[in-house]
Design a protein around this ligand. Structure first.
Ligand code: SAM
Length: 487
């Protein structure tokens, strides 16, 4: 992660482990402390959980010691993420000594991966709940209230929580995430997600449109459509994506793909900014790029993880596209939307990665010159194809050295990209006060780059034209020159 002012929203390191609170309902008597780790999807799920539990008599609290129920929404993507959660459980254990009636539940990907093993390994844990079982929480809590441990890690074919109105926790009141797909069918050989979040399914577009219009009515100005692989979105009346083949002719004729969904949302709320994440190169089609270019309110930014620049490694990762096909996609994006920002996820030290493969990654980065990126050393995950079939044979020191090299190159490219904004006047949506100065606002331009400028008479939620005067590799610094027509 190399952004500084306010890191990109998908994996916001500054948010890791943050507690989520919502407005108290005075009728509720029990206190819920909920902490989230991992990707934005998890933070979004915690909002669904808090919404379900608000109806079960729970108010949220930020004070661990006073909690009746502690929930930790976990991530399994890399080993380090799991270690962080284990450390937190030690802390909860210490608190439980002074508050023995406190119950502890583990939610999310780690819960799904370890299932009831969690109860054996971590004596402190009372309840283990997978990502598709949150509607069962009221029953599971009753079980633990009666002194039994409770587990539900059943993955679903159709659960999308489309009917749960998520509460917005710790929201800036301006930007919100709207979940559109759950699960993933890609089976990248390094990735634990298909095992922890199940098969891919899409949410009813009507419920998405309703959530977006409710957000607009509440004053929100920007939404990010969220999923592991949003471009693969396909609604045909419900059910798994892989079962689309079995759908009736009528279901197929009335199905909605991602490009269509984008158009529906863009037209429904023309003054609202629309973003989406994450895109998988193999599923991103030209009609999505064309929809982006057609609607001014769809932001010019694509998070397009590639993971490696080497064809051999891409194949071993089961990424289902080549380096050349990726370049073609990048060329098409830049042709149709010349000022489109692109970001990457990259993994160094995947099994068998040679220096030559690593050089291919560096040269791919040189070709694209990403606006920013999220880079990781390979972490072997239990149950994945890579763990079962390949030896984790790149020494840790080599993985780290290669990681440093790609981070340094990304930093150079990020700086090159931010420099291209100098002297321009760009529309910025104000999200809040700058982390570094109370006298400055922080917002983002269409390309998702953070922009900082003096507050003057402007307010949170305003769309403002900002002239860009200076930049770092992650932040643009400027001055407001007036409201944009979007207000
Ligand atoms: N669904 C997205 C995709 O297809 O690229 C992103 C999923 S994941 C939550 C975010 C990123 O974590 C991945 O893009 C990848 O770079 C990284 N990641 C996933 N598994 C990893 C592993 N075993 N070791 C290191 N990084 C990993």
């Amino acid at each position: 992660m190399i952004k500084d002012e306010s890191v990109e929203k998908i994996i916001d390191e500054s948010q890791q482990g943050s507690t989520l609170t919502l407005e108290n309902n005075h009728k509720n008597t029990r206190k819920l402390y909920i902490e989230s780790y991992g990707c934005q999807m998890n933070f979004s799920d915690s909002e669904i959980v808090a919404s379900i539990l608000a109806k079960e008599g729970f108010n949220t609290t930020q004070i661990l010691d006073e909690a009746d129920l502690v929930l930790v929404n976990t991530c399994s993507i890399r080993e380090k993420a799991e270690q962080t959660v284990r450390k937190r459980l030690e802390k909860f254990n210490a608190v439980k000594k002074t508050n023995p009636s406190m119950k502890v539940g583990v939610l999310g990907c780690m819960a799904e991966r370890l299932k009831s093993k969690f109860l054996e390994e971590e004596k402190i844990v009372d309840m283990v709940v997978g990502p598709d079982a949150y509607k069962d929480l009221p029953n599971l809590i009753q079980e633990i209230d009666e002194g039994r441990n409770a587990v539900n890690v059943i993955l679903s074919k159709d659960e999308t929580y489309g009917d749960v109105a998520p509460v917005r926790l710790n929201s800036n009141g301006v930007t919100a995430f709207v979940s559109i797909t759950r699960g993933c069918d890609n089976m990248c050989t390094f990735c634990v997600v298909p095992f922890t979040r199940g098969r891919e399914r899409s949410r009813d577009p009507q419920s998405i449109l309703q959530e977006v219009s409710e957000l607009w009515e509440k004053g929100f100005k920007e939404i990010t459509l969220l999923g592991q692989n949003v471009d693969s979105y396909l609604w045909y009346g419900g059910g798994l994506k892989k079962d689309y083949e079995k759908a009736s002719d009528m279901q197929k004729a009335t199905s909605v793909n991602f490009a269509k969904l984008l158009e529906l949302v863009a037209e429904a709320q023309p003054k609202m900014r629309i973003r989406f994440s994450t895109s998988n190169p193999q599923d991103m089609t030209l009609d999505v790029i064309e929809a982006m270019s057609k609607y001014e309110n769809i932001c010019n930014y694509i998070h397009l993880p590639v993971q490696s620049g080497s064809n051999r490694i891409l194949k071993a990762m089961n990424r289902l596209h080549t380096r050349e096909e990726y370049f073609e996609l990048i060329d098409n994006i830049k042709k149709i939307i010349p000022d489109c920002a692109i970001s990457q996820d990259m993994i160094t030290g995947f099994p068998t990665e040679t220096e030559e493969d690593h050089q291919d990654t560096l040269s791919l980065m040189e070709y694209v010159k990403y606006d920013f990126g999220f880079m990781f050393a390979y972490s072997e995950r239990p149950g994945t194809l890579a763990e079962r079939k390949m030896e984790d044979d790149v020494p840790e020191a080599v993985k780290k050295r290669r990681l440093t090299e790609i981070i340094e190159l990304q930093q150079k490219h990020s700086h090159y990209r931010t420099q291209q904004h100098l002297g321009k006047t760009e529309e910025v949506l104000i999200e809040g006060t700058s982390k570094k100065s109370d006298a400055h606002w922080m917002g983002r331009n269409s390309q998702n780059t953070v922009v900082v400028f003096p507050k003057e008479h402007y307010n949170i939620g305003d769309f403002v034209h900002v002239k860009i005067n200076e930049c770092t590799s992650a932040t643009l610094i400027g001055e407001a020159v007036g409201y944009s027509k979007n207000n």
